[in-house]
Each structure stands twice: as C-alpha cells, then as structure tokens.
Design a protein around this ligand. Structure first.
Ligand SMILES: [Cu+2]
Length: 451
C-alpha cells in the first residue's frame, strides 16, 4: 500500500510567491518515485488535503476504484466499482469556517501492473496543477530482480558469472561464457528480447570483443540464464569490450551498448539485437557509434539510465586508467522527420536521431588518473528525481560518489530550465570498504520498491 498525499499552496520556502502543487511534499520531478513490480498488485490511497478536486490519471495500467470518501457530499462517496478506469477524481477536503482541515478527500485504488517495465508518470489531469508540480514518476520494475557478478578466473578456473535472485539472494546460475578466458568480465542486465524479463549480457574486458547474451526467462525446463540468445563479435572493435543494456532506440527491446577497452580510439557502440528467420540466435545490427572523449585511446566504463529530464535513457561514460576521472552523458533525441510513415521501421531498430552531450564533469580530483567505474541507479528513494550516476575509483581507494540531476535534497525544482545545461549535484561520497582500503571499487545498483 502506498500513501499519496495531495497538497497545494505557497509551499516552496525558497520561492514563497510560487503557488505549487505537490505529491507527498514535493513537486515533479522531486516527488517520490514509486516502483511497483511487474504483475504485482498494489493499493494506493490518495489523500487530498486541499480545497480543490484533483482528477488523478495514472498512465499505462488501468486501476479499480475500491473506495471514494467525499467529506463535503456523502452522496459522492461509494465503495468498490466493478470496472477499470484510468482517471479518478479525488474529492476536495472539508474545512471549517476558520479554514482548518476537518476531513480530507480520500480515494483508494488497486492496480495490477501487467503492462510495460520502465518509467512513466501519474499526475493530476487539471493541467495547471500538473504543470505546477502535481505529477510523479512510476517506474515498473521487472517481476524478478537479478544480481549478476563477473568473477575473474585463476590458473585453475575460467572466469565465470554468478547470478542470484536479488530479492532473497538465492543462487540461480553460474556460467562460464568464454571457456579458457581467465580475465575480468563485464556484465549487464536488461531486457534485450522484449519479454519484460531481464537478460544477461557478458563480455571479456580483454582479448576479443565477444558479447554473449543469456535469457533470464525460465522456459519449459530451462533454468534462467541457461539459454544463449545472442553471441557476436562487436563490429569495428578490437581487444576486450565492456557492455551495458538500455533502451536507447525507443523500441520495447533494450539495446546492448559497447565500450572499447584501449588499443584504439575510445568508442561507444549501440547495437540492436534482431530476430532473423535464418537464425535461432538474435543477430546484432550496429545502429550508432561515437567517440566520447576526443583523442583518448584508453578504456571506458559505460552505463545507461534515466538520469535527467530529457525523457530518454542516456548513455553514461567514464574514462579509464591514465585519464582524469571524466564522466560524460549522451543521449539520442529520436526525433525523426514526419515524412517517415514506414511504421515497420518503428518496431525494428529505429534510426537514432542527433547525439547530444548533455553533461561532462569530473567525479574526483582531476589529478586522479586511476580510472573510474560508472553505473546508474534509483538511489534517491523518497527524495524523488531521476536515476543517479554512481562512480567508483578503480584504484587507490574504495571511494564511491553519486550524482543526481536534482531531488528533494535540493528543495523544490526550479520552474523551467529547458535551455540550460544539465547540472549534476553530488549526493553522497563514501568509502565502500573503509577509508583504509586501497582496493578499487566497481559500482552497480539494485532496485527496491521505494526508489
Ligand atoms: Cu489537481
């Protein structure tokens, strides 16, 4: 059950003249992000403590109204309705003649999240209320949450991937994707085949740019991650390669994003995995590539995430050993000319629009040249905002820092900064293994139901 409190007024202490509309104390996108799991059922209780009615609209999944309490007109109050809808009016609160709250308007709804994984919004459908902040991110998590770790090999053992269920830590699979390879592996989880179940992409960080993808689905007698669904050599790459998985091209299937590991101009590649009739495996189609740091030939760390208000999954790149700890964020607009009426191209790989470098900053002191590891995650929790960028120092210390484009920690969001460069705020800095540790740290993030 979730409590969703609707309020309005001159609530922003930094801008007392601004009339804002809030959900649980803050305005979009700093209202808390809610993260239900796919196929779960949740009950949400809307509590309206304002004198206005708020018709709340939840995108994507319909809901059933369980109860409506209108404190001003009991004939509007009712119990369970036997149908689904996607907007419900939350009645105004009742106030006494002195303006004191007597009773809130209350609506209870239940929804099963049967469609779609990823982020969308719910909001008040009075557009001035929505524009004033009464909107909230809803991020549907996959039904099962996996945790994959690459384990380097030694003289007796090949490098392997250990996969666990992230909700109860139970063991699921141990894979040796590249027999004979004993170096470090790059692993990433994401839904590359469009079944709303996270799949595992894995690649060697040295040697060959070989990428393998295993299905996270347990079909028939298959255990999760027993079934290979793609295996390819990254076109145009040499040496090892790092992988990430994210929906870059706007189709329901996530893309595999590749990053070079030195020995050539540092390059990011974006690959769509396509079903072709003649192959039982998904086949790679390169849909974009770019050089994030001009002239740099070292290794890259890569992640993908909804880190800002562009509405697009961005590609986050970190510079490796020998370079200052530069983090750069890129996204593709997906804007295409209206003349393209070929709808079939929408469901295959969409041509990517213009690439934009939305941010570039140093995660640590510029004199640190040990290389960084980057990841993204919903770590703000009730503070709202978008995913953070997490950065670990690869050598010398276990320092981890996190950056956000804004959250309730920053107070209230400014009204409009559409034309301004995206600013990142340091949200935390800590030593993952103590201040004395000289071991470097690779970072990753895991989702919970509360951000
Ligand atoms: Cu409203």
């Amino acid at each position: 059950m979730r409590d969703i409190v609707l309020n309005q007024g001159n609530l922003n202490p930094d801008d007392p003249s601004a009339f804002v509309f809030t959900i649980n104390g803050n305005a979009y996108p700093y209202a808390p992000t809610v993260q239900p799991r796919l196929n779960s059922i949740e009950e949400w209780v809307f509590t309206n403590i304002t004198g206005d009615q708020h018709p709340m609209h939840v995108h994507v999944n319909s809901f059933q109204v369980m109860e409506v309490v209108d404190p001003n007109n009991s004939t509007n109050s009712h119990g369970v309705q036997n149908w689904y809808q996607d907007v419900v009016n939350v009645p105004a609160a009742k106030f006494d003649t002195n303006g004191n709250l007597v009773a809130p308007g209350i609506v209870k709804i239940r929804s099963q999240y049967k469609d779609y994984t990823g982020a969308f919004v719910q909001h008040c459908h009075r557009l001035d209320h929505e524009d004033g902040g009464m909107m909230q991110l809803v991020d549907i998590l996959t039904e099962k949450q996996f945790n994959a770790a690459g384990v380097s090999g030694n003289s007796n053992q090949d490098a392997r991937v250990e996969v666990r269920d992230d909700t109860d830590a139970s063991f699921l699979a141990s894979l040796v994707p590249f027999p004979g390879y004993k170096g470090q592996l790059s692993v990433a989880l994401g839904d590359v085949d469009g079944d709303s179940i996270a799949d595992l992409a894995v690649s060697p960080l040295s040697g060959l740019p070989h990428v393998k993808v295993y299905s996270g689905a347990s079909l028939n007698t298959d255990m999760p991650f027993a079934r290979l669904i793609a295996s390819f050599i990254a076109e145009g790459f040499s040496g090892g390669v790092a992988v990430s998985v994210g929906a870059i091209d706007g189709t329901p299937k996530s893309n595999v994003v590749l990053a070079t590991q030195g020995g050539m101009s540092a390059t990011i590649g974006v690959v769509a995995l396509m079903q072709e009739a003649q192959s039982s495996l998904l086949l790679p189609m390169s849909i974009a590539s770019f050089m994030p740091f001009e002239g740099y030939q070292g290794s890259l760390s890569v992640a993908t995430g909804l880190v800002d208000d562009t509405g697009r999954i961005s590609i986050v790149v970190g510079a490796g050993y020998g370079a200052p700890p530069n983090v750069a964020v890129f996204n593709y607009s997906l804007m295409a000319s209206m003349g393209n009426s070929d709808m079939t191209s929408m469901v295959s790989a969409t041509p990517l629009g213009m690439l934009t470098n939305t941010a570039s900053f140093y995660a640590f002191s510029q004199s640190y040249l040990g290389g960084i590891s980057v990841a993204t995650g919903w770590v703000n929790g009730p503070q709202g905002g978008f995913q953070n960028i997490l950065v670990g120092a690869l050598v010398g210390s276990s320092n981890v820092v996190t950056f956000s484009t804004g959250s309730a920690l920053n107070g209230f969001p400014s009204m409009s900064d559409m034309d301004m460069a995206t600013e990142y705020y340091l949200t935390s800095s800590f030593y993952a293994f103590g201040e004395q540790s000289t071991a470097g740290t690779r970072v990753s993030a895991s989702d919970t139901l509360w951000g």
